[in-house]
Design a protein around this ligand. Sequence first.
Ligand code: P6P
Length: 331
Amino acid sequence: MAITTLGQFIIEKQADFPYAKGELSRLLRDIGIAAKLVNRVVNKAGLADILGQQGDINIQGEVQQKLDVYADTQFINALKMGGECCYVASEEHEEGVDLSANTVSKKAKYIVCIDPLDGSSNIDSNVSVGTIFSIYRRFHADRPIQEEEILQVGRKQVAAGYIIYGSSTMLVYTTGCGVNGFTLDPSIGEFCLSHPDMKIASRGALYSINEGYYSKFPQAVKKYIKYCQEIDPATSRPYTSRYIGSMVADIHRNLIKGGVFIYPQTSNHPAGKLRLMYECNPMAFIVEQAGGKASTGTTTILDIQPQTLHQRVPIVIGSKEMVEQVESFYL
Ligand code: P6P
């Protein structure tokens, strides 16, 4: 079977955008290049002295792993040099990074929200980590960037994707015309189409949640966990519990096998832990495009009007019927 690289695929699919003049295609290719650079370092993390804590504290108050910083730098540099992105909102920066002054084309019309290395607390234990990105189009390319252009509702995303640096490295993305997965072939240094037109099963037998916080969960979630553990062969219960603690890895597995991932609000995270702009919105866009669903338990993720850049939201995401089952306990 002929190999289709990410670059070839993006060009072939450009026809999906009647008005596109190739900028989004170039932007996606810029992200692919940075992903390869990050992959090279993540794969060798145990070898280089890059492991361990750099000691800086990012705005999340988490000790920044050197790889976080490296990944953030690679993606921002690739976007700056590519010239198609005018503004980057990154988990690693309290304020966004305005590239409009020094992008090659002053008329860059895309905004990127990114979590450069999600799950980085897992790096030392060699657990899969990931990058999550979300792309919006700005309203006016001829004036300073406005907050309303950055805090757009998730439904307005023009593209979203993730890279999972795992047993193999994959890039999965959507531009609103379905979801496609590419596996990195290190021997040729190319992401090759390996999972065309990905779809998530309407129901599965996996549930992913950190049950250690059980006592702090809302009643609806406690009821759902009990539901998962009941014996009912007709609905494949009891379900299997699978929780990696790396959002990209947990959601990617559920996308492939069917299942639901839940990070609800808890008494110490009243708005949940995961961030709307660069974790929940992009993953919700991808999962919805694959036929799944994503909500807070009561509100569709993609319809939430963002208030702040690093806003957190609760999330229930995955197989449609399983998300709806969780939602039924919130009623
Ligand atoms: P907890 C990783 O730190 C992360 O941001 C997500 O990748 C992951 O889903 C979540 O936090 C895990 O959080 O509280 O279960 O350790």
